[in-house]
Design a protein around this ligand. Sequence first.
Ligand SMILES: [Zn+2]
Ligand SMILES: [Zn+2]
Length: 134
Amino acid sequence: MVGTDTYYSGGCFCGAVRYEINGELTYAGNCHCRDCQHAIGAAYVTWIGAKPGDFKVTKGNITHCETSPGIQRGFCGRCGTSLTFRGEGWDELGITAASLDDPGAITPESNVFLDHRQPWAPYDETARNYPRFP
Ligand SMILES: [Zn+2]
Ligand SMILES: [Zn+2]
């Protein structure tokens, strides 16, 4: 159960970018990959997934950076909060759970890229866990 709601709202730290999700989430999980560590500046990132059509920016604009070929990471161009992740051709959009107005509304149910996990980053060994991408 990633979350029971069908409406979520969130935004960046400074408030310049606001978004809404209208629909059920497709996943919620922690990514420990080295790219996320670098891009976000933390040991891992909790991502939630949504169908791209269910995600709407309601204020401001998301700035994108192609951090690897075909991978677009979205953030606030003013304060730098990481907001989105999308791979070319993917039918879902990743959104940083911590940018939700109520991050406690979701429950991460998996860990991916544990091969890249930092030894000082604890994780739930009872979750669905994968050494790389499942
Ligand atoms: Zn901002
Ligand atoms: Zn990652």
